[in-house]
Design a protein around this ligand. Structure first.
Ligand SMILES: Nc1ncnc2c1ncn2[C@@H]1O[C@H](COP(=O)(O)OP(=O)(O)O)[C@@H](O)[C@H]1O
Ligand SMILES: [Mg+2]
Length: 258
């Protein structure tokens, strides 16, 4: 555990060397379904890892194991995070609460003072560029704004590990690209560990520092790629030849494992 672990969000300095989650030889079966087979996976603090793979290869199962929602059938999982953020495709906001009240929700559950949760909500809403929408209700928001509210809600507790399960899959392409850019800025600022599941090779290459390709039946890690770009990512890298080359290699590995 880091020497600053007791400090709150902004004061805590993060070391990029600490693993926040580590899976060793993790297998998982659901009844007769052998979902995962000896998965090895580590996410360090300050590392953005993407997971791509065919439907049903066990990506969501990996995230659930990382979160502690389910237990492995065999193998070991080491967790060293204090707080976790878990983002799904569906933003699951409470319609009777404003954006600000939705974002303060986890703070209330944790017994945070009203003053502190207000202060933090203002800070994270600014980070996701929603400060002017704090009094809006979810019904009045676009899909992209709902997703940013969902991310802000998790950010309130300053998670060390962020799990994303195809978060932008339901958004239009323009919103999705913008959220990709915002997420790399957020990551550059906060340096949490991230495990991001997506079907989009382009999105995975753009966002991550490391990319894992899974193959199915039973799911395991089939290939690994280091992505050499700095954070925050510059949108124009998507159009560079090196980017296309890398995305092509990932797509080939994905085709081979599908
Ligand atoms: N709770 C569950 N009970 C039974 N089978 C499950 C359960 N969760 C996942 N599975 C099975 O495990 C496999 C992997 O599922 P999942 O992790 O959801 O894949 P992915 O997210 O890659 O599409 C699938 O065959 C799925 O049907
Ligand atoms: Mg899934």
């Amino acid at each position: 555990m880091s020497e600053n672990a007791g400090l709150s969000g902004q004061e805590r300095t993060r070391s990029t060397l600490d693993p926040v989650i580590s899976l060793t030889d993790v297998s998982k079966s659901f009844g007769s379904t052998h979902a995962l087979d000896r998965v090895q996976l580590t996410v360090q603090q300050g590392e953005f890892v993407s997971l791509v793979g065919p439907s049903g290869c066990g990506k969501s199962t990996v995230l659930q194991l990382c979160s502690g929602l389910i237990r492995p059938s065999s193998g070991a999982i080491e967790r060293s995070y204090e707080n976790i953020g878990y983002i799904f495709q569906e933003p699951t906001l409470m319609p009777w609460r404003t954006v600000e009240q939705n974002v303060r929700f986890l703070g209330e559950l944790e017994g945070m003072s009203r003053r502190e949760s207000r202060r933090r909500a203002a800070e994270v809403l600014a980070l996701v560029r929603l400060e002017e929408f704090d009094n809006h209700y979810p019904m009045a928001l676009s899909g992209g704004m709902k997703m940013r509210t969902s991310i802000a809600r998790s950010l309130l507790l300053d998670p060390d590990l962020f799990l994303f399960d195809e978060p932008f899959g339901a958004l239009d392409q323009i919103s999705r690209t913008r959220l990709n850019e915002e997420l790399t800025s957020l990551f550059a600022d906060r340096r949490f560990g991230a495990l991001f599941v997506t079907h989009s090779v382009d999105e995975a290459v753009y966002l991550s520092s490391r990319l894992l390709v899974m193959c199915k039946r039973p799911g395991r890690i089939a290939a690994e790629f280091e992505i050499p770009y700095e954070f925050p990512r510059i949108p124009s890298i998507r159009y560079e030849p090196e980017f296309a080359l890398l995305a092509g290699k990932v797509a080939a590995a994905l085709a081979e494992s599908s």
